[in-house]
Design a protein around this ligand. Structure first.
Ligand code: COA
Length: 410
């Protein structure tokens, strides 16, 4: 079913009689509402919901821009921390600014002991995204500046929240696998520290570069569903922790951030190049979606998938999974042939993380850590020029019904 302006509802008009199905024939009600035809835009597709200086996506050209810089340019010349600095400050840092920024991030990576206990007490079956969302929500209770929305306090909280989010995910993984939690290594980049604290070994250059890029590509993507959710919460002047919690809850869904965990499932189901066509056809004929493919905005190839593909292939080869490289390439060809759609970032971010030996259950949580920096930029932008986000809806239900006492119903 296509999205679009086809959902037209009719509102009752002023002094226009409205039938109440429960009323006796002949009896009528009137309403003061004017008769108007309203149009709902399903999924808010193409609706411009606000102004932003943070990011823009050109889905026709396959172009992603962070604060004026094209993503390919940033990917070639900047680290994840530099891109975060850019989104929060509007310009890339100098060496000195970056060093200070990185030191502050690394220093803020510790968690309140109560939150560490909470992570330890979480049931092993809890999904890392549920754990992350709950822990970020809990952090509000231990942040002395939680209700201070001044730009200075918001800047300090942004550093804290990004750093703490990464520690939550790394610690959750370590605790659940019976490993000691690790402190960051000041000699490594912020992104490399994340991978180190998660897996317990210092990444080689190829791993570091791929993971830094993955974080940078997940950092920001305009008014997507989770960012919009975070901005809606911020627009009520709720605190930053609450807005992040909204973003996290929204990102978890399988049509959004949750797709990367499912995208990798396809590689478990296919171990032979010759089986790919039948597998894809079977899925499509059953009306199922191929996870990691298609995008609401990109009508051409997702530039993030293009940037990650090379790293995914190289990591697969190094990890002795070269067969996955050719399977991925073939899947791309078949899905493009059948549906005319391309892989999105989740297809290759799933593969990169798989090759980095990161458990599938953590894929979305890692995405969330990177996107936290984007959400924080949006939350601060919303606070700086706020108007409560409160759209309206098309009422398509009945009117004119009369409430009867409960004893008379039935
Ligand atoms: N697998 C199979 N078909 C897909 C598809 C997918 N992943 N994504 C889109 N399509 C098809 C739809 O079936 C529809 O085909 P039709 O016109 O023959 O009915 C057409 O493409 C348009 O789909 P639509 O649902 O209108 O696109 P959308 O903009 O609402 O969907 C997504 C965007 C992301 C929700 C959708 O592509 C999807 O579900 N992808 C899989 C989940 C995913 O990877 N999400 C991460 C996004 S970064």
């Amino acid at each position: 079913m296509s999205d679009g302006p086809q959902d037209v509802a009719v509102r009752p008009a002023e002094d226009v009689p409205c039938h109440d199905p429960d009323e006796k024939k002949g009896q009528r009600m009137t309403t003061k509402n004017a008769l108007e035809r309203l149009t709902a835009v399903r999924g808010l597709e193409n609706v411009i919901a606000g102004d932003t200086r943070i990011c823009t996506v050109d889905g026709t050209e396959g172009c992603l821009i962070y604060s004026g810089y094209e993503i390919r340019d940033l990917a070639a010349h900047a680290s994840f921390a530099e891109a975060v600095y850019l989104l929060w400050n509007g310009e890339l840092p100098t060496e000195l600014q970056l060093a200070t920024f990185r030191d502050r991030l690394v220093t803020e990576m510790r968690l309140p002991s109560q939150v560490i206990e909470m992570i330890k007490l979480a049931p092993p079956s809890a999904h890392p995204m549920d754990l992350l969302r709950t822990a970020v929500s809990a952090l509000a209770m231990y942040d002395p500046e939680v209700e201070d929305r001044s730009p200075e306090a918001c800047e300090r909280k942004s550093i804290r929240l990004l750093a703490q989010t990464i520690t939550i995910v790394a610690d959750a993984h370590r605790v659940r696998h019976g490993c000691p939690v690790l402190s960051p290594d000041l000699g490594m980049s912020f992104g490399a520290n994340f991978l180190y604290m998660l897996r317990g070994r210092i990444p080689n250059e190829e791993e570091r570069a791929a993971f830094e890029l993955l974080l940078m590509l997940h950092l920001e993507h305009g008014f997507n569903a989770s960012t919009f959710a975070a901005r809606v919460t911020a627009s009520t002047l709720s605190n930053m922790h609450a807005a992040l919690t909204s973003g996290l809850g929204t990102l978890k869904g399988k049509l959004h951030g949750g797709a990367n965990e499912r995208a990798i499932d396809i590689f478990d189901s296919i171990d032979d190049l010759d089986a790919i066509e039948d597998y894809i056809d079977g899925m499509l004929n059953a009306g199922k979606r191929i996870m990691g493919f298609g995008h609401r905005v990109y009508k051409v190839e997702d530039p993030r998938a293009r940037l990650l593909r090379r790293h995914a292939h190289a990591l697969c080869r190094r990890a002795g999974m070269a067969d996955l490289e050719s399977i991925a390439t073939r899947i791309e060809q078949v899905v493009l042939d059948r549906k005319g759609i391309y892989p999105n970032v989740d297809f290759y971010s799933g593969l990169v993380q798989h090759a980095l030996d990161i458990p599938k259950a953590y894929f979305t949580a890692i995405f969330a850590c990177a996107r936290t920096a984007g959400w924080l930029a949006h939350i601060r932008e919303q606070y700086a020029d706020n108007r409560l986000i409160r759209p309206t809806s098309n009422y398509v239900g009945p009117i004119g019904k009369r409430a009867r006492p409960i004893a008379e119903r039935g």
